[in-house]
Design a protein around this ligand. Sequence first.
Ligand code: HEM
Length: 211
Amino acid sequence: MKHSYLVVLKILVWIGCLCPLLLLAYRAVGNALGPDPSAEIASVTGLTALWLLASGLAITPVRSLSPRLNWLIRFRRLLGLFVFFYATLHMLTWLGLYAGFDLNTIKVDLTKRRFIIMGVTTWLLLLPLAATSTTWAIRKMGGKNWNRLHKLVYVAGLSAMVHYWWKVKPGVLSPAPFTLVLLLLLAVRPVLAWVQRRKVQAARRARAVIG
Ligand code: HEM
């Protein structure tokens, strides 16, 4: 893809990723966050983090459909950093608006409410990924170690899913679409790895015949 197209796409992705925050701020200024503004802020930031996480996970399978889609890889880091950004805003909403930065309330939540424990676990899983997202970190760690560490994103996806299911009331199915998408993305990975291995083996055999 042409460099100029990539720049335009990058700007569009930035705008798209910032839209939920700007809309939230706009509604907050207009006093239009509904009867429970804290819950609304937690909902928008949580859902945005969740779906950006799924979008980042979708990049590898979508890329494998055609080599012409290789440019998508350039957006994975940006999406990942926005996941962490929204997850952190979401966590700060809990710390500030739910717990009022009161250590006792935070302690009770962290020991008694399993969905909060799972939320914090998810955030802690995302933290090393965001911290090692720089080119410097990739070089320092080496590609293999970096790739190994970044497999944590799947665990973070699963724990975010559990956090969501544990948060909603029994019988509420709002986490189902994310769950389906996540499980599909996880299931497709070993298939892609197998196809890739077959391609490499076929190429080796072809080279051996020619050689
Ligand atoms: C320190 C970490 C976290 C804490 C303390 C936390 C806390 C919360 C709280 C209090 C709610 C309930 C909001 C309400 O009253 O409706 C919530 C909902 C939610 N959280 Fe988290 N969370 C954390 C991390 C995460 C992360 C990392 C994600 C996603 C990647 C996430 C996704 C969600 C989603 C999707 C909802 C449901 C939104 C809705 O029902 O509309 N959370 N979380």
